[in-house]
Design a protein around this ligand. Structure first.
Ligand code: 5GP
Ligand code: MG
Length: 180
């Protein structure tokens, strides 16, 4: 595994993200929503650095990749708190094709949110398939498959404190190990 961002680089990135968000919202209350499960680690670090009054909630989205390519998106809002007339900030791990945050932003607007903005740790340099772009980005990264700091491969590696590129042979080895 090749480390792409160290623990201290990630920490600085989250601090930058929080500073930008704080500057834009000031003391305005925000409903901050974690897109589970990938944003779990970022979310815990980010909300403790934001200064405004916050309501905190979660929504689940998964791409049913089974591998490393984007697939059919499924959304589960069963655990979501009420967002009616709230200023919502959606927090996700990565903006890749953009389909997840595009779909979730529209869903929360339909649910009556007053405003919806998006914050991500990572933004992949690639062709995006949707009209929106994330409002807050900590790092732009190359189009490689990354794990750690919440990001998984087959639900493994989320606990790594750093961000690493999972090479094709490591992807194959992990899949084989989980099958045996
Ligand atoms: P999008 O809908 O923008 O294509 O993809 C967003 C979701 O795909 C992310 O929330 C994340 O779960 C997953 N994803 C995209 N790229 C990567 C990656 O390089 N590594 C991992 N682990 N997940 C990724
Ligand atoms: Mg995700």
């Amino acid at each position: 595994m090749k480390t792409l961002l160290s623990e201290s680089e990630l920490c600085e990135g989250v601090e930058r993200l929080a500073a930008q968000i704080d500057q834009d919202y000031g003391s305005q209350p925000v409903t901050v929503i974690a897109v589970m499960t990938g944003s779990l680690v970022l979310f815990a670090d980010l909300i403790r650095r934001l200064s405004m009054p916050q309501r905190v909630g979660v929504i689940r989205a998964s791409s049913y990749r089974g591998g490393t390519a984007s697939g059919e998106l499924s959304v589960d809002a069963a655990m979501l708190i009420d967002v009616t007339d709230r200023d919502v900030l959606l927090v996700d791990d990565i903006f890749d094709t953009g389909k997840t945050l595009d779909r979730l932003s529209r869903l929360l607007a339909e649910m009556g949110a007053k405003s919806v903005k998006t914050a991500v740790l990572l933004h992949k340099r690639r062709e995006h398939e949707v009209p929106i772009r994330p409002d807050y980005v900590a790092f732009k990264i190359p189009d490689e498959f990354v794990v750690g700091y919440g990001l998984d491969y087959l639900d493994m590696y989320r606990n790594l404190p750093y961000l690493a590129v999972l090479e094709p042979d490591e992807i194959a080895a992990t899949a084989a190990e989980l099958q045996s």
